[in-house]
Design a protein around this ligand. Structure first.
Ligand code: ASP
Length: 419
């Protein structure tokens, strides 16, 4: 894949970076009034991205799975799940160790952080419920509600069945879905290149204009532990995983993933970022559609390393803040439920904060005081959510690159593609 040069201001990530800088300044100056006036542009941007998710994921998985078929699919499936579990587990362990070591919750006071209302998202309360929740009763209703795990489950089954049909019946439908997928990809690129910079500007103005920068102070130690943990994961663990499992130069992978990382940072949503992630992993990292269509959509919902780390560190923080000491058994329980909670978390902003109740309940941390602390955590959640979303999508892209290499794709991450 040849590296082509584009003037810097024509490159999407520079446009988005400038939009973020200008958005911060404009948000500080214009405050809530400006946020109220231009907030709709950010909402429009998120709506456009959400609009393409269901058809993109459906066509992407069906065409990908149908082209893999049979034995190849089983192998790809086990590699993908193995990778998801490994990296999420490594992330949780980093969160566990750091929170035990730095004890951010000890001596914590609610102070001026205040609390806010929790968003009203669905919470999956047990592993059995999680499985029952994945299988949809009605695929049209599941699509209308953007229930990603159900859509993915249906699409994989549909793709497997399609791949087993005789050639004459399979070909027309496979070609049709393949063309629909190409169309969705083209639509995605168009939306991203036209709307992303102005959309991101508006999102940042809204954030800074309404919350300001002061609200980030009182939970400093808690935020610091999360930032350190997430940085260790993306700066040490993932580069090692890339090198050891894929023989990939982490620096090249970082460079190829700049656009989706900016996008994840500004939208706080792996789901909304998914179209950009697919675009970069296919066109820059150089992974085939056969692998991306399998690893990325499922990864956006299931593989959330940043969220897993956060669940674990967050619950230990609450325990420390309440003066409850957690023994080994409880810490193991936290590790397991943090992994499950990260799988159950939707790929949308603040989802991680909502599913934290699964982990809290597992260790019996309940009651109004807990809710008050979680409410205060919500007040500073947005910047943390932005960062953990970057980690979430970065782990997906690393998985796609490593699995593609293991499938014999030698052209992956050989060069950093600019523009
Ligand atoms: N916002 C995250 C994501 O979409 C999920 C979370 O809240 O941790 O990946």
């Amino acid at each position: 894949m040849a590296a082509e040069k584009k003037l810097w201001y024509k490159q999407l990530h520079w446009q988005v970076a400038c939009a973020m800088g200008l958005g911060t300044i404009a948000g500080l100056i214009g405050g809530e009034t400006l946020a109220e006036n231009i907030g709709w542009i950010g909402q429009l941007f998120i709506k456009l991205l959400k609009m393409i998710i269901v058809p993109l994921v459906l066509t992407s998985i069906v065409s990908g799975v149908a082209s893999v078929g049979g034995a190849g699919l089983g192998r790809l499936f086990s590699k993908t799940l193995g990778y998801y579990m490994l990296t999420s587990f490594l992330a949780v362990i980093v969160g566990l160790m750091l929170t035990n070591l730095l004890q951010p919750g000890v001596g914590f006071e609610l102070g001026g952080a205040g609390s806010e209302e929790l968003p009203d998202l669905t919470v999956i309360s047990s592993p059995v419920d999680l499985i029952l929740d994945i299988v949809p009763e009605n695929i049209v209703a599941a699509s209308a509600e953007t229930k990603m795990l159900s859509i993915i489950f249906f699409a994989i089954l549909f793709g497997i069945t399609l791949s087993g049909l005789p050639d004459k019946t399979r070909r027309p439908l496979q070609d049709f879905i393949g063309s629909a997928f190409e169309t969705m990809m083209r639509m995605t690129s168009g939306i991203i290149h036209v709307v992303a910079p102005i959309g991101v500007f508006s999102l940042i103005v809204t954030l800074v204009g309404t919350t300001g920068l002061a609200s980030f102070k009182s939970l400093g130690m808690y935020a610091a532990v999360l930032l350190i943990g997430l940085t260790i994961h993306i700066g040490v663990t993932m580069p090692l995983v890339l090198r050891l499992l894929g023989g990939i130069n982490p620096l090249i992978h970082f460079k190829n993933m700049v656009d989706p990382m900016f996008m994840a940072f500004s939208t706080s949503s792996s789901g909304a970022t998914l179209p950009v992630t697919i675009d970069a992993v296919e066109n820059k990292v150089g992974v085939s559609n056969r692998v991306t269509s399998f690893v990325l959509p499922m990864g956006a919902t299931v593989n959330m390393d940043g969220t897993a780390l956060y669940e674990c560190a967050g619950v230990l923080f609450v325990a420390q803040a309440m003066g409850v000491s957690m023994g080994i058994e409880q810490q193991i329980l936290i590790v397991i439920t943090a992994l499950l909670a990260s799988i159950g978390a939707a790929a949308v902003p603040s989802a991680g904060l909502v599913v934290i109740f699964i982990v809290l309940e597992a260790v019996n941390l309940t009651g109004p005081q807990v809710e008050l602390i979680v409410g205060a955590m919500l007040a500073i959640d947005r910047p943390l959510d932005m960062y953990r979303t970057v980690i979430n999508i970065f782990s997906d892209s690393c998985g796609a690159a490593i699995i593609a290499r293991s499938e014999g794709e030698t052209d992956v991450d050989t060069v950093a593609v600019v523009g």
